[in-house]
Design a protein around this ligand. Structure first.
Ligand code: SF4
Length: 223
């Protein structure tokens, strides 16, 4: 079976069991970006509390947040944890947006996927997973977001080797699947779902949607 067929089978089994995951939550492009930055190292419930605070302060727009002080942002996003680091990251993103793109998210729409990704990665505090989440979920451009859940499932199913890094893991999907924003969106969300419910550090293979596929839970986490 080719890698493409293996990935497709995994996708089909997960979708059949879990159904569409309706990611990413957020009413606006900017809310998705803020959520992607705030969700680093915390769970979504805490991000929601922080976003509710920002909305209540009428600050959930690039202009309002750009004008807000670091201290004010830090207080608003406190529920998301690492609030000083994340406030600095939001400020760095907004400074870049205003300095380079007139504060207009529409201007980022003109950039190619690779250029947008590259520029986001140059912003202090934005790593590959956050940059890719912004590119995929806020701008609807086809990059595959990978994370520790993806690495664990792919490692246990023999699709990646130990020592594989973020880019290599991403390349597994991008070079073996057709570029399809909607499918990339859904596939990532489904992998997170199976990772949270079944493919935990101590695997719960019994009843897992991927139980029928060859797997080995003795493999070490890749990252
Ligand atoms: S829990 Fe088991 S069957 Fe499910 S994805 Fe992980 S290794 Fe595969």
């Amino acid at each position: 079976m080719s890698t493409t067929e293996q990935l497709t089978e995994i996708y089909d089994l997960l979708l059949e069991r879990f159904g569409p995951q309706h990611w990413w939550p957020g009413d606006t492009q900017f809310e998705i970006i803020v959520g992607a930055i705030l969700t680093q190292n915390t769970n979504w419930t805490n991000v929601e509390k922080a976003i509710t605070n920002i909305k209540a302060a009428d600050a959930l727009s690039p202009t309002a947040l750009y004008r807000a002080s670091h201290e004010k942002i830090a207080v608003l996003i406190k529920p998301a944890g690492y609030f000083n680091v994340k406030a600095r990251c939001l400020k760095s993103f907004l400074t870049w947006l205003f300095d380079e793109y007139d504060g207009q998210l529409e201007n980022l729409e003109q950039l190619s996927t690779s250029r947008l990704r590259e520029e986001l990665l140059n912003i202090k505090g934005i790593g590959p997973e956050t940059a890719d989440s912004i590119v995929l979920y806020a701008f609807g451009q086809p990059v595959f977001v990978v994370d520790a859940y993806t690495a664990r499932v792919m490692g246990r199913h023999g699709l990646i080797e130990a020592g594989c890094d973020y880019e290599q893991l991403q390349e597994l999907f991008q070079s073996n699947l057709i570029e399809d924003t909607q499918m990339f969106n859904e596939f990532h969300a489904l992998l997170v779902r199976v990772g949270k419910e079944f493919c935990r550090p101590k695997a719960r293979c019994s009843g897992c949607p991927l139980e029928s596929l060859p797997h080995n839970v003795e493999t070490h986490d890749v990252f």
